[in-house]
Design a protein around this ligand. Structure first.
Ligand SMILES: [Zn+2]
Length: 257
């Protein structure tokens, strides 16, 4: 029986840690069945690099965004202008979101919300999905997305409880499962509650591997699939098939181009 392909829906493959062996990393990914990899951007340097890499490697699907710890409104505006000018090149807006773990000051959090809101508006305007980061801000992220009327949303490495995730499930948002789920009681508990119909897989390479502090890479996505299979008590090939279909629902066939 031939297995479904896999799409890694959240990585930082533009990260300099891959500069010396990116081609080998991609080869290992393809060997286990990965056909597309979304590479998100944390700033405009990443965004430009991801565009170049997408030229070089057809497996790359670039996303552009500003990481939530960046609180500079001017950088946000410049990046938004750049994304608008290059809008056909992007598969998603990301990585954007809220991080109340890294940013504690109330005023700074307000700026963070303002910038996140601007990227949500941009995504809605350009009809692009949002690839969203949330840390210690799960309720606030979902609240803002719902208030803005965002419909195409991926919540990556969601760290909230199932109760705060419920309105997102209701809205048809997707939750991507990283390999680090294998060592996180919080994530295992959460994903037990999230319907399989709302799940995607990701690696967040080079972060969120199953082994702490070890460089993560897309080939480790099989750990995410096995974790879901274990949690949902279903065969891994069924998980592969469903998360692949989910990915196409969120990102449309455009991700296969
Ligand atoms: Zn990330």
């Amino acid at each position: 029986m031939s297995q479904n392909p896999i799409i890694d829906t959240h990585t930082h493959l533009c990260d300099p840690t891959f500069d010396t062996d990116r081609a080998e990393v991609l080869e290992r990914a393809q060997k286990i069945g990965i056909t597309k990899i979304i590479s998100v951007s944390e700033n405009s340097v990443d965004a430009r690099k991801n565009l170049e890499l997408a030229q070089q490697f057809p497996i790359f699907k670039p996303a552009a965004g500003l990481f939530p710890t960046n609180l500079d409104l001017n950088s946000a505006q410049e990046l938004i202008d750049f994304i608008r000018d290059t809008k056909d090149k992007w598969i998603a807006i990301g990585e954007v979101g809220l991080d109340f773990w890294a940013v504690q000051d109330e005023k700074d959090r307000e700026i963070q919300k303002e910038i996140f809101g601007q990227f949500v508006d941009l995504a809605i305007k350009l009809k692009l999905p949002l690839n969203v980061h949330s840390r210690s801000a799960s309720r606030q992220v979902i609240e803002l997305l719902l208030k803005k009327g965002a419909r195409k949303v991926q919540l990556h490495a969601f760290d909230g409880r199932a109760s705060s995730a419920a309105p997102a499930v209701e809205a048809g948002y997707y939750f991507s499962v990283p390999p680090s789920t294998a060592r996180s009681a919080q994530k295992q508990k959460l994903f037990k509650q999230i319907p399989l119909a709302n799940m995607l897989v990701e690696t967040d390479s080079p972060m969120l591997g199953a082994v702490p502090n070890e460089r993560n890479e897309p080939a480790n996505i099989l750990i995410s699939i096995d974790e879901i299979a274990r949690i949902k008590q279903l065969p891994a090939d069924i998980i592969r098939q469903v998360v692949y279909e989910n990915t196409l629902k969120l990102y449309s066939k455009k991700i296969l181009e």
